[in-house]
Design a protein around this ligand. Sequence first.
Ligand code: NAD
Ligand code: UDP
Length: 314
Amino acid sequence: MSILITGGAGFIGSHLCERLLKTGHKVICVDNFITGDHSNIDHLMKDPNFRLIEHDITNPILGEELDLEDVTEIFNLACPASPIDYQKIPLETLWVSAAGTKNMLDLAVKLKARFLQASTSEVYGDPLEHPQKESYFGNVNCLGPRSCYDEGKRFGESLITNYSHKYGLDTKIVRIFNTYGPKMRAHDGRVIPNFITQALSGKSITIYGDGYQTRSFCYVDDMVDGILALMATKDFKGPVNIGNPEEYSIKALAEKIVELTDSKSKIVYKNLPQDDPKVRRPDITLAKKTLGFEPKIKFEHGLKKTIEWFKNIS
Ligand code: NAD
Ligand code: UDP
C-alpha cells in the first residue's frame, strides 16, 4: 500500500511526506520542482519507504511503467501557490490545475484510489462575505492577475466533483487558508517569509497597501492534521475549509515579526497589488464538526519556530 503525493517537494507537500513516513506509510512523491525544492526532501531520499518520481503532472502518468499499482490514496498538491510564483508562470499554473488534475483523477480511477485535492481560500476571491463559509460562491475577477490561480482551482473543484459523480470516485476537496512554517522558500514572495527574511537581514519590511488588509495564518503541522483527517473520512467529500480563524492585519503581522526578531528594520509601504483580497478568515465550523479539526499551534509559537528555521538556513 502506497500513498502518492503530487507537489511533495513543495512546502506543504514535504511536511505531508514526512508525517506519512513517520507514521509507517510508503510514500511516492511526484514533483517537477517548478516551485519545489530538493532540500525539502533530501533527507527523505535514504528512506526505503520513500520514492521520488520527477514528473510534470500535466503529462499523463502511467501506472504500469512506474509500478504504482499499490497506490490507495492520492494527495494532489502540485500547483504554484505564492502569488509571485504563479504570476510569473500563469499558463503552467492554469494547466496544472486543469490537465494536471485530470491526469491524476484518471490515475485514481484506474487504481481505484481515494483522491484529495488541495484547493484554496482563493476560490472566494476578494470576499464579500466574512468570515468565509464553504457555501459562499466567491468574488473572483476571472481576467485579473490572480485568475490563473483562482480560476484554475475553481475549475479543479468542478472537475473533481464531476469525476466523482461519473466514476463513483472517492474524492475530497480541502480549501486551504494561508499556511506558514519551516520549509517555505525565503524568496517565494509570500508575506511571512518576506517579513522574516527582511527583519533578520535588517532590510526594510515591505507592507503592500496600508497594511489593514487581513489574513488568518495556520501553522503547517495543524494544516497537515486537517488534511490527513479529511483523507481518513468516509462518505464525506467536502469542500471543507482548513485554516486558523485567528485574523491579523498585515500591519500587526509586520510589527509582531519585528518584535520577535528584535529587528531594527523599518516598515515601508508599497503599492497594493491588483485584486489583493482585503479580508480573509475561514469559518471552520464544518471542519470542527466533521473532522474534529481545531488548530493547536498558537500564532506566536508558530512564528518563533519559523523564525528559528529561517535563522538556521541563512
Ligand atoms: P509550493 O509551491 O511550495 O508547492 C507546490 C509543489 O508543486 C512544488 O513542489 C512544485 O514544484 C510542484 N508542482 C507545481 N506544478 C507541478 C507540475 N506540473 N507537476 C509536478 N509538480 C508540480 O506550494 P505550497 O504552499 O506547498 O502549496 C501546496 C498546495 O496547497 C498547492 O496546491 C496550493 O495551491 C495549496 N494551497 C497552499 C496554501 C498555502 O498557504 N501554502 C494556501 C492555499 C492552498
Ligand atoms: N504582503 C505584503 N508584503 C509582502 C508580501 C505580501 O504586504 O512583502 C501582503 C499581500 O499584499 C497580501 C498579504 O500580505 O495582502 C498576504 O500575501 P501572500 O502573498 O502571503 O498571500 P495571499 O493571501 O495574498 O495569497
